[in-house]
Design a protein around this ligand. Structure first.
Ligand code: 5GP
Ligand code: MG
Length: 183
C-alpha cells in the first residue's frame, strides 16, 4: 500500500472544494445527498466547512461485484428527504467510470429539485465512460485502485485517515468473496 494523498492534503482539498461550493451557493439553503458508503468521511469533513442552512440525507448505491470490478448498480433511496424545488448537491467518494453518479443524478432529477450539482473527492483520470463531469472535484488521481478516507477494499480500510493506492500484490481477488457490496 502506498500513500497517495496525505491527511493534510486531504484537509486542504476539502477546504478548497468547500470554498468553491460556497461561492456557488452563497447563503442559499442546500440539500446534500451523500452516496453511501464511500462518501461518509469526505462528507463529514466537507459539511463542517459549509455554513449555509444545510440538510443531509443519503442514497445507498450497491453493486454485485468481486474485488475491484463493478457490477449492475442498485440504488436504495427510501431515506431521501423531499427535494422538490430545492438545490441539491450530490457527494460521492470517487468518480471512476461515472455511471454511479449519472444514475444517482437521474434518480434525483425525477424528484423535481430546483438544481442538482455534484461534488466528488477523487476523479480517476482516463476512466470516464459518460459525458457528465462533476461540478466540484477534490483531487484528480491516476488510474489506480485506492482505499482510505471512506474508500474500501472488500469492506476494509475505510477508516484510514489518508488515501492510499493498493499494489497488485495487495489485490488478492478471491471469487468466493463475490457478493453484494455497498460502494
Ligand atoms: P463509477 O465507476 O460508477 O464512477 O464508480 C463506482 C464506485 O466504484 C465508486 O463510487 C466507488 O465506490 C467505487 N470505486 C471506483 N474506483 C474505486 C477505487 O479506486 N477504490 C475504491 N475503493 N472504490 C472505487
Ligand atoms: Mg462510492
Amino acid at each position: 500500500m502506498r500513500e497517495l494523498i496525505s491527511t493534510d492534503d486531504l484537509h486542504e482539498g476539502i477546504c478548497q472544494m468547500a470554498s468553491q461550493i460556497t461561492s456557488c451557493y452563497g447563503e442559499q439553503p442546500l440539500t446534500v445527498i451523500g452516496v453511501l458508503t464511500g462518501c461518509v468521511v469526505a462528507l463529514a469533513d466537507l459539511i463542517r466547512q459549509l455554513h449555509m442552512p444545510l440538510r443531509i440525507c443519503f442514497v445507498e448505491a450497491s453493486s454485485y461485484r468481486g474485488a475491484t470490478e463493478r457490477g449492475p448498480l442498485q440504488l436504495q433511496a427510501e431515506s431521501l428527504l423531499d427535494v422538490v424545488g430545492r438545490d441539491v448537491l450530490l457527494v460521492d467518494d470517487i468518480f471512476d467510470t461515472g455511471h454511479t453518479l449519472v444514475e444517482v443524478m437521474q434518480l434525483v432529477e425525477t424528484l423535481k429539485p430546483n438544481s442538482v450539482r455534484s461534488a466528488v473527492l477523487l476523479r480517476k483520470l482516463g476512466r470516464q465512460e459518460v459525458e457528465l463531469q462533476p461540478d466540484f472535484v477534490g483531487f484528480d488521481i491516476p488510474d489506480e485502485f485506492v482505499v482510505g478516507y471512506g474508500l474500501d477494499y472488500q469492506d476494509l480500510y475505510r477508516n484510514l485517515p489518508f488515501v492510499a493506492a493498493l499494489d497488485p500484490d495487495d489485490l488478492q481477488a478471491d471469487p468466493r468473496q463475490e457478493s453484494r457490496s455497498e460502494i
